[in-house]
Design a binder for this molecule. Structure first.
Ligand code: UDX
Length: 457
């Protein structure tokens, strides 16, 4: 046509809403589609149904420029657009490690059936290797006769809390299964980041699917690696933070994702490594199954370590003890509580009879919906007041930078479990706190090691 392609984005969750806004920012007329009419209504009004820094501003901007609109009418959007991005979720299947592909399949089929002119279907969702090839067949069987379309894969690597920036300025762009024509269209769409030197990797469908899954598997492995080492640090009296810093100076290793602590949660890493286990198992690649199993187990064990530490800090039982839980979101700067380690720990301690009071700057509402039996405080001060033990479970800056002297006056007992290794222990200690880091030195534990185990000379 010689005109700029019009873009439809199917699914308006973290991935889709951000991608749609970014496409508009890159200059394309974009239509965001979702089956949930309340989401569409909110987005059209410039309200984002979740907390993501910078995203509401970008959406308001381009609803304003007229480049971005939202609809629940998929057929209409597909009839208008030329390139269709599939951005729906692939959550973990109930009672299984596998990914639930029903949303991806339904969305792709609906797009194919609604095609009224030639176009490209671009998968962005994280899927098990082999899915895109199956979707190609589904599309061929579903599209109207005489229409030409192609399914390609363009995985997305955005992080929540940095979604806008990651989408506008990605580290790399991966195109899977493109031919000359679709490759040219995708290069036009990503012209802005390509112009600033972002590398493009063109490969087959299976490689593109696996790049995404492997990236998340590697990140998860890095976290579980440092957490496994942190267990050793704890019994040996070493300091895992100093160790991570020292490792990080080796640029083959790098310091990022070496923060020992409560481990990973969220809507991606946990389910992606499990989906990888499941798919690798189906394909008979047993090493990766074993490796990911260990990564997953180490990660889940961190939650138990924090629960045990809390019990220990309460002198053997948390029954009727007041615990201030700082953090509900799975990481700072998001209100996402999917598979949140913080809430997992809070709920477990609540079940053991502790009086748990949770505080989070953004995630209280979503947390309350998922955990209606937990109590939530409106402020850090309220949570810490009269607490027997304070647990830092999500390292929000407002917690990390809080005034420890003031908090020490509020707490019944100035003991803090720093489950994210985020506090400046010297500052907190001199304000009167007993700081117990996860995997660092603690006087009590070191003493136990010295008494109980034979130390090397
Ligand atoms: C992740 C990937 O980073 C992203 O590229 C992909 O597209 C989706 O999955 P996200 O789930 O938003 O993104 O969170 P991320 O920032 O990766 O953090 C994941 C979890 O790891 C969090 O629970 C975080 O607290 C934890 N984490 C991270 C650690 O425990 N230690 C670290 O050093 C880093």
């Amino acid at each position: 046509k010689g005109l700029k392609p019009v873009i439809s984005v199917i699914g308006t969750g973290y991935l889709g809403a951000t991608h749609a806004a970014a496409m508009a920012e890159m200059g394309f007329d974009t239509i965001g589609v979702d089956i949930d009419p309340s989401k569409i209504e909110a987005l059209e009004a410039g309200r984002v149904p979740f907390f993501e820094p910078g995203l509401p501003e970008l959406i308001v901007k381009h609803v304003g420029t007229g480049r971005l609109r939202f609809t629940s009418d998929l057929a209409d959007a597909v009839a208008t657009a030329d390139v269709h991005f599939i951005c729906v979720g692939t959550p973990q299947r109930r009672g299984s490690h596998a990914a639930n592909l029903s949303y991806v399949e339904a969305a792709t089929k609906a797009v194919a059936e609604s095609l009224s002119h030639d176009g490209i279907i671009v998968g962005k969702s994280t899927v098990p290797v082999g899915t895109a090839a199956r979707l190609r067949k589904l599309v061929a069987d579903s599209k109207p006769e005489g229409i030409e379309t192609q399914v390609v894969w363009n995985p997305e690597f955005l992080r929540e809390a940095h979604a806008v920036d990651d989408t506008l300025r990605p580290d790399r762009i991966v195109f899977g299964g493109t031919d000359a024509k679709s490759e040219a269209v995708l290069r036009e769409i990503y012209a802005a980041p390509i112009a600033t030197g972002t590398p493009v990797i063109s490969c087959d469908l299976a490689t593109a699917e696996l790049v995404k899954v492997s990236a998340n598997a590697f990140l998860a492995t890095k976290i579980s690696f440092i957490n496994a080492i942190s267990e050793l640090c704890e019994v040996a009296g070493a300091d895992v933070r100093v160790l991570a810093d020292a490792l990080g100076y080796d640029d083959r290793i790098g310091r990022k994702f070496l923060n020992a602590g409560l481990g990973f949660g969220g809507g991606c890493l946990p389910k992606d490594i499990r989906a990888l286990m499941s798919r690798a198992n189906e394909l008979g690649a047993s090493r990766v199954v074993g490796l990911m199993q260990e990564v997953d187990e180490i990660n889940m064990q961190q939650r138990q370590r924090v629960i045990d530490q809390a019990i220990d800090a309460c002198g053997g039982s948390v029954l009727n003890r007041k615990l201030a839980i700082l953090g509900a979101a799975f990481k700072p700067d998001t209100d996402d509580v999917r598979d949140s380690p913080a809430l997992n720990v809070a709920a477990a301690l609540h079940l053991r009879g502790a009086q748990v009071l949770v505080v989070d700057p953004e995630a209280s509402q979503t947390a309350q919906r998922s955990f209606p039996t937990l109590s939530f405080a409106d402020s850090l001060d309220e949570a810490v007041t009269d607490a027997d033990v304070v647990l830092l479970l999500t390292e929000w800056p407002v917690f990390v930078n809080a005034d420890p002297t003031h908090l020490a006056e509020l707490a019944a007992n100035p003991v803090v479990l720093d489950a994210r290794n985020a506090l400046d222990s010297e500052v907190w200690s001199s304000a009167g706190w007993e700081v117990r880091p996860l995997g660092g030195r603690t006087v009590a534990r070191q003493r136990r090691v010295l008494e109980g185990a034979a130390l090397p000379a």
